[in-house]
Design a protein around this ligand. Sequence first.
Ligand SMILES: *[C@@H]1O[C@H](CO)[C@@H](O)[C@H](O)[C@H]1NC(C)=O
Ligand SMILES: *[C@@H]1O[C@H](CO)[C@@H](O)[C@H](O)[C@H]1NC(C)=O
Ligand SMILES: *[C@@H]1O[C@H](CO)[C@@H](O)[C@H](O)[C@H]1NC(C)=O
Ligand SMILES: *[C@@H]1O[C@H](CO)[C@@H](O)[C@H](O)[C@H]1NC(C)=O
Ligand SMILES: *[C@@H]1O[C@H](CO)[C@@H](O)[C@H](O)[C@H]1NC(C)=O
Ligand SMILES: *[C@@H]1O[C@H](CO)[C@@H](O)[C@H](O)[C@H]1NC(C)=O
Ligand SMILES: *[C@@H]1O[C@H](CO)[C@@H](O)[C@H](O)[C@H]1NC(C)=O
Length: 371
Amino acid sequence: MRAFRSAIGSLPWLVLTVSRFANADCECGYSVNKTSDAHFGLFTELQENDFLHHKGDNVTKFGWRPQEFNVSKGDSTNPYGKDFELHNLELNPLKDAQSWSGESENGGDAGLKLWVRGDHSHGYVSSAELASVRSDVLYGSVRVGMKLGQTGTCGAFFYFFNNSQEIDMEFLSREFNNSQGAVNLVLQSPETAITHDAVNSSTYHVQHLDFRPDRGFHEYRFDWTPNRVAFFIDGEFVYDMTENIPSVGGHLQMNHWSNGNPLWSGGPPNEDTPMTISYVKAYFNSSETAPHETYKERCPTLDPAKVCQIPDQSKAPNGNDAKTYFFSQDGPGKTPGQETFTLTSKASNSLAPSLPLSISVIVALFGWALL
Ligand SMILES: *[C@@H]1O[C@H](CO)[C@@H](O)[C@H](O)[C@H]1NC(C)=O
Ligand SMILES: *[C@@H]1O[C@H](CO)[C@@H](O)[C@H](O)[C@H]1NC(C)=O
Ligand SMILES: *[C@@H]1O[C@H](CO)[C@@H](O)[C@H](O)[C@H]1NC(C)=O
Ligand SMILES: *[C@@H]1O[C@H](CO)[C@@H](O)[C@H](O)[C@H]1NC(C)=O
Ligand SMILES: *[C@@H]1O[C@H](CO)[C@@H](O)[C@H](O)[C@H]1NC(C)=O
Ligand SMILES: *[C@@H]1O[C@H](CO)[C@@H](O)[C@H](O)[C@H]1NC(C)=O
Ligand SMILES: *[C@@H]1O[C@H](CO)[C@@H](O)[C@H](O)[C@H]1NC(C)=O
């Protein structure tokens, strides 16, 4: 963003934009609820991904690392193994960088796609998985705009450290019927790490959904604090858990897979099917020392005026509602000390001054800055 400012600095609106945000710099972090409320959650770190506009062929430039590994079907009831492959990940932004809906570059829904392939003739179902580059996520409010795959897959968004420190939101397309769906909410525990089956655990819940998760984008969210994990759908609280709360830093992850197990993923599908991510917005604390030290420099004493409340998404982010709020797009200065990703990758933005600027890129940044 900085690189563009000099190029467009003579335009009168810029002054307006800068002054408008001068007093709201989020130096003391991001909060769930107001700091004056009886209960609020405060987080020092931010990672926002706008996958409707992230472009390129390297998702690691946006803070996510592809996972490549194979799981054989073993001696269990799984008819197939799983084969997590790089080529099943696709960044597919909107053609028009100024828009929030419309045609995508490669067709179909715009967003980050995790494909499960229909050809499983080699005994493996070709699947997709990503983990955040950051491995220090410890407590946070994590939101994902997501549309699930259609037949015989498991799609999941989760926090993971190990098999007993894990927060899962798992969607099984076999649980969707004509008009409704479900999401399996799980906090894994030392017991489930041994049994590999969370179904009878106190921190397992099948949340009914009054919509089909594969028919549109919805926001799935968990607020994880030391004593509680609360789950939300399109901004509405649905369920919470107070046992087996993870307490170590880990990665955020997402995957989309099938092994044909009739009791879990079902399938496998006979056609390629994508799970599509329109955004990830994670506001979290770090388990590392360095981020807390830089936070202390930005915010020596907690000043409520320097805490930015995280807006609640209250609608399914589809169509006219697909445009959602990002601190990283809300004018300069709302992400002090944070790594942010704009239209394309960070790396290509830093090259921007030496490249011809296309009008549409300027207009897009413009649009966001003025909102
Ligand atoms: C936000 O406020 C609601 C309603 O009072 C409360 O239930 C919830 O625990 C609060 N969230 C956090 C993270 O403190
Ligand atoms: C996150 O870290 C900040 C700064 O250390 C702290 O004030 C806040 O209570 C922490 N949040 C949670 C949910 O533990
Ligand atoms: C992808 O981007 C990451 C981070 O910038 C970089 O380390 C890596 O080498 C890139 N991979 C490829 C294949 O270009
Ligand atoms: C996984 O198995 C496939 C064959 O099904 C093979 O081509 C691939 O190299 C394997 N990948 C890894 C990471 O072992
Ligand atoms: C996961 O990590 C925690 C914290 O280090 C540890 O106590 C627990 O035993 C580990 N669980 C498994 C299944 O390895
Ligand atoms: C779909 O499942 C829900 C419960 O999960 C049930 O109430 C509803 O009647 C089902 N609808 C159809 C059309 O089967
Ligand atoms: C879960 O509990 C039910 C009822 O007690 C039992 O039939 C089933 O075997 C249990 N499943 C596992 C995986 O422990």
